[in-house]
Design a protein around this ligand. Structure first.
Ligand code: SIN
Ligand code: FE
Length: 292
């Protein structure tokens, strides 16, 4: 069974029929990647020089833009380039936001804008600890930024100028992941959520949900046997294509590729058409506990 639901739009500012909107929402909630093989983001002539890892400091994987507070994190950008790069990221961010609100229309009033990232560093050979190694299958969960059940929706666009695809692996469904790794999850230390918050290790309170999602994330990445033996699909996102994926639900690994743009959105579970598909509800059902 394919992990992709394909849509052949070639414009970001299309108006979609309610039939298409319903199809797209239903597919994304079931854990499909919405794939747009004809939807490309245009990099302007004077922006092409940004397609280089030289702008990223060696400690980072990408350049991050927060449109909510108009802040760009680019340590290696000279002042005159800083504004130009910010402009490119802002354009992508605004384009992606209009597009996702048009396509996933029922979500529009509740979608929260997260970070925009530009990833000009080749994935292969990027060394890191196993927890940070995104070439291993995982569902997204981040130690410092608890989601408290909110969904993570990401819009990606491959802007590689050399014809290089972004190679992902996609694994089993979220409920399979959860059934396999929940029994191995450790309980949090009593009082740890309050302490992490007090010490500012987490930006907000790490809920029982966040704790379990981190356990799944780490459990999957730690298990090399699982990584190779679990049923999985290879996907090659060509340059000039875009895709939307709920990375908290879809088991994914990014194997190779360079130069992608990404916009993150958050969505409260209550805004979903069918919240039963959310990782929160799946985990609550399996554990028999309220996890918020
Ligand atoms: C990830 O979310 O694990 C990485 C995705 C990518 O950069 O292609
Ligand atoms: Fe990820």
């Amino acid at each position: 069974m394919s992990s992709l639901a394909e849509f052949y739009f070639d414009r970001w500012n299309d108006a979609f029929s309610s039939e298409i909107q319903t199809q797209a929402v239903s597919a994304v909630e079931k854990g499909k990647i919405l794939y747009f093989p004809k939807l490309s983001f245009s990099v302007l002539e004077h922006e092409k020089e940004f397609l280089s890892p030289a702008w990223v400091s060696p400690k980072e994987k990408n350049i991050s833009f927060n449109r909510n507070i108009d802040s760009l994190k680019c340590a290696e950008c000279p002042l005159e380039k800083f504004e130009q790069l910010k402009k490119m990221l802002r354009r992508f961010s605004e384009t992606a936001e209009k597009f996702i609100k048009q396509l996933l229309a029922p979500y529009a009033p509740d979608l929260q804008l997260g970070r925009t990232s530009f990833r000009p560093v080749e994935i292969t050979g990027r060394m890191s600890s196993y927890r940070k190694d995104d070439t291993r299958l995982h569902v997204d969960a981040f130690p410092a930024t608890p989601n408290q059940g909110r969904r993570i929706l990401r819009v990606f666009s491959n802007i590689n100028p050399q014809g290089q695809a972004r190679h992902w692996r996609v694994g089993e469904s979220f409920s399979e992941v959860a059934k396999r790794f929940l029994p191995l999850a450790h309980r949090p230390w009593p009082g740890s959520a309050a302490l992490l918050k007090l010490l500012k290790i987490t930006k907000s309170r790490r809920t029982a949900y966040d704790h379990l999602m981190l356990q799944l994330h780490d459990g999957m990445k730690r298990d090399l046997n699982y990584q190779t033996t679990v049923p999985q699909e290879n996907i090659y996102f060509a340059p000039g294509t875009s895709w939307i994926v709920q990375t908290d639900q879809v088991s994914h690994a990014a194997m190779s590729g360079q130069h992608v743009l990404e916009q993150t959105f958050y969505l409260p579970v209550t805004a979903m058409v069918n919240p039963d598909f959310s990782p929160l509800h799946v985990l609550e059902k399996l554990t028999g506990r309220v996890l918020t």
